[in-house]
Design a protein around this ligand. Structure first.
Ligand code: C2O
Length: 343
């Protein structure tokens, strides 16, 4: 059977490295009305997500205004930034159990739920931001780490006077330092050209040569009653995984913010990082006809909870997020330089 939406009445404190007094419970009790997800009308404008390093001044000003308004919402408003980052914590830090299985954590990482869960998460986050500035074309930026020009920390997040700034980051990795997509905790300090080549080869491996089967790319099956963490897909493992600690501050107890699950989404760059992760899913499916999504009902009917732009609790099934166009968003076309990086 598919993974179900959590029971809001049984919420645990977050596990492992999170501060003891942190709560990530969704601010709704049992009995709250839950709406079924409905895709936007086909006539809704298409939101085009730009590469962060190519975003122009007007766009950045708009995005900053939206994030600032989100930050200023009262903490108990589910659309506030304080609640938004906790949604991520709620679904990955043993906060909820699988319905009917008190000993099994609900964990959307390291499994076939990784891509669809984060796709919905960004979808709702983007629509809340757009609504706050009254712009139904607003689209989140993506960190284009798979192309040479995007292989530094995106500068728009590094401006100290911007609401996109977060002080809990590794100061040694701010621009112009070149990103290492396969970061293992130590900087290799090889020349930029060489690092770029290595990154492109990593992308080719994760998107093409090691991702020729659906579960290799999307991750291993995770059904109701299964132990969490059955296994991540190629891109979830690398570069998704290493870029979290690469951004986080090594002088914080657990490499916050981006390092640990509980605090990762507290850094605004999280949403740009996951924009590109989501873009990789979108691209992978278009690379060859044999790259297809699962057809297993336990995947298609897995169900999550999110807040929408009207602060309603919405339950959404994996099958409703498979087509970005139907969700009325797409990505700026910036090319795929790694396609020629066969080792
Ligand atoms: Cu939900 Cu990048 O992790």
């Amino acid at each position: 059977a598919p993974i179900q939406t959590p029971d809001l009445a049984t919420c645990n404190p977050p596990a492992d490295t999170a501060p003891a007094d942190l709560s990530c419970c969704l601010p709704y009790g049992t009995g709250t009305a839950i709406a079924d997800f409905k895709p936007p009308p086909a006539s809704a404008p298409l939101r085009v997500r730009p590469a962060a390093h190519l975003a122009d001044e007007n766009y950045v000003a708009k995005y900053e205004r939206a994030v600032e308004l989100m930050t200023k919402l009262p903490d108990d408003d589910p659309r506030s930034f304080a609640q938004q980052w906790r949604v991520h914590c709620a679904f990955c830090d043993a906060v909820y159990d699988q319905v009917g299985f008190q000993d099994l954590d609900l964990q959307i990482h390291n499994s076939w739920l990784f891509f669809p869960w984060h796709r919905f998460y960004l979808y709702f986050h983007e629509r809340i931001l757009g609504k706050l500035i009254g712009d139904d074309t607003f689209a989140l930026p993506f960190w284009n780490w798979d192309a040479p020009d995007g292989m530094t920390f995106p500068a728009i997040y590094a401006n100290q006077s911007s609401p996109l700034y977060d002080e809990r980051r590794n100061p040694a990795h701010l621009p112009p330092f070149t990103v290492d997509l396969d970061y293992n905790g130590t900087d290799s300090n090889i020349p930029r050209d060489q690092q770029i080549q290595q990154n492109l080869t990593t992308m080719y491996r994760q998107m093409v040569s090691s991702a020729k089967k659906t579960e290799l790319f999307l991750g291993q099956p995770y059904r109701q009653g299964d132990q969490p963490d059955p296994g991540a897909g190629t891109v979830e493992q690398v570069p998704h995984g290493p870029l979290h600690p690469w951004v986080g501050d090594p002088s914080q107890p657990n490499g916050e913010d981006m390092g640990p699950f509980y605090s990762a989404a507290r850094d605004p760059v999280f949403y740009a990082h996951h924009g590109n992760v989501d873009r990789m899913w979108h691209i992978w499916r278009g690379l060859t006809p044999s790259n297809t999504d699962f057809t297993d009902a336990d995947w298609l009917d897995a169900t999550f909870l999110f807040y929408d732009e009207d602060a309603r609790l919405v339950s959404a099934r994996v099958r409703d997020c498979l087509d970005a166009a139907a969700l009325r968003y797409t990505y700026q076309d910036v090319g795929l330089p790694w396609l020629n990086a066969k080792p």
